[in-house]
Design a protein around this ligand. Structure first.
Ligand SMILES: [Cu+2]
Length: 469
């Protein structure tokens, strides 16, 4: 029988900074101990200590959930609960998530693994989990009312199936979805191939993250859950730049990046300085004949994409959503910025009105104490992101792909800013400026300019009687 000791050994071998939660150990004695994450920093890959071997992923500003093996079954324990997520230094959000964070931990398994997932509901309403994209028995698909009864508050349900096909997947509730996903309930799932796969190449680094979005009024903490399109925080794994960690790789590493979209709109994800191949979609690895090089790939709502490249250009390369409103934080959305807003009084008010926030203290988060701390004076530069040459003027879905010659294999530490070799950086022209020359035949060779244009009179009439319908 697998013991708690095995479980913690797995966890500690991985070197992940994890702590056991304060959920009652008596009532859950037969379940795997739920592992709770308290940090929003990218955790090192969880090298599998049991089960079939695989090359683990690194979740951007996230982590992989440890498991225990019970008679050949991989057992995981997800706890749906209110969490406090730091969106970026200087801003925290009151979200719902799993095991201490939003998104929840990444689940990593191997093709053919039998998986048992215990899901405990510590939310104020019922929930379920849908295993987005997987081949599973119908009764495990997690659509509340259709495939199963909702998981009532305080109850634990068990999902069990075989991870049949390798690929990139997601999980999220299929119960009061609008609310629960707007509150941050989602997670990533990777099924690694069993042995060599003809369409899945081994890589040196394998990153993953979810695209998500929130509508949180400046000065408040809880997302508006009925927003359909006008979100003001565009995030990767519930982090906004400069809170999103950089992707740090070694020169000439083969790199895979897996992206899942659980927002309400599409995101053209763009990488500078390299071309990549889309090697996987919702349905798994793509046939090689269908792959072509791109620098931007659109990830539509509910989709997963995995891209691969050889990182053969040294430098700090921007990596971002190409919708310019999505690389802006709240200040870019017609609302007052939250920068410099003193949250302390707000927290006092919220906790006096909603005493459930005290529950989070029981989970070992020093949340309330932290909230009482004064905000750092340099909140503004943090929210715009400062690079080696000044403000990056980005927020939201933006980070940096850092390629370094001296990055050690398997080392994911941030190497700092790139120093361009002399003579390889744009510079200011200080010589004389020539008068602009104009083409003689403006309008093109086939349509020479007529030399005169008729005067046009435009009369603007104001619409009348148009109120707000
Ligand atoms: Cu976008």
């Amino acid at each position: 029988m697998a013991s708690r000791r095995d479980f913690f050994r797995n966890a500690s071998l991985a070197g992940a900074a994890i702590a056991a939660g304060a959920v009652s150990r008596v009532s859950l004695a037969a379940l795997p101990e739920p592992v709770i994450m308290e940090k929003a920093e990218t955790q090192p890959p969880l090298v599998p200590a049991s089960g079939r071997p695989y090359n683990p992923v690194v979740t951007l500003n996230g982590w992989t959930l440890p498991w225990r093996m019970v008679n050949g079954v991989k057992e995981f324990h997800l706890v749906a609960e209110p969490v406090i997520r730091e969106i970026a230094p200087g801003m925290k959000a009151h979200l719902w998530g799993y095991n201490g964070q939003s998104p929840g931990p990444t689940i990593e398994v191997v093709e053919g693994d039998r998986v048992r997932l215990f899901v405990t509901n510590r939310l104020p309403e019922h929930t379920t989990i849908h295993w987005h994209g997987q081949r599973i028995p119908n009764g495990m698909d997690g659509v509340g009312g259709l495939n199963q009864k909702q998981i009532p508050v305080g109850k634990t349900f068990v999902y069990e199936f075989v991870a049949r096909r390798p690929g990139t997947f997601m999980y999220h509730p299929h119960a009061d979805e609008m609310t629960q996903m707007a509150m941050g309930m989602m997670g990533f799932w990777v099924t690694h191939p069993k042995g060599r796969h003809p369409l899945i190449d081994p890589v040196d680094r394998d990153f993953c993250f979810l695209l998500n979005a929130y509508d949180i009024d400046p000065g408040s903490f809880t997302p508006r859950v009925n927003t359909m399109l006008d979100f003001n925080l565009w995030t990767w794994n519930s982090r906004a730049f400069p809170g999103i960690d950089s992707l740090n790789v070694r020169l000439n590493d083969k790199v895979r990046i897996r992206i899942g979209n659980l927002t309400m709109t599409n995101h053209p994800i763009h990488l500078h300085g390299h071309e990549f191949l889309v090697t996987g979609t919702d349905g798994g690895p793509t046939p090689r004949s269908t792959r072509w090089h791109e620098v931007t790939t659109d990830v539509a709502v509910g989709q997963m994409r995995q891209v691969e490249l050889v990182a053969d250009e040294e430098g700090d390369w921007a990596f971002h959503c190409h919708k310019s409103h999505h690389t802006m934080n709240a200040m870019g959305h017609g609302v007052p910025t939250m920068i410099g807003v003193d949250h302390r009084e707000v927290v006092k008010t919220i906790t006096s009105l909603i005493p459930e926030y005290m529950v989070m203290g029981e989970r070992g988060m020093a949340d309330m104490g932290e909230m009482e701390m004064p905000l750092p004076d340099n909140t503004l530069p943090m929210m715009t992101g400062t690079g080696p040459y000044g403000p990056v003027e980005m927020g939201g879905m933006f980070t940096v792909f850092k390629v370094r010659r001296d990055q050690k294999p398997g080392d994911y530490k941030d190497p700092g800013w790139y120093r361009q070799p002399p003579g390889t950086q744009a510079y200011e022209w200080t010589g004389p400026i020539a008068e602009p020359a104009r083409f003689k035949s403006e309008g093109g060779q086939s349509m020479p300019a007529s030399g005169k244009s008729p005067a046009t009179e435009v009369r603007v009439r104001k619409p009348q009687g148009h109120g707000n319908h």
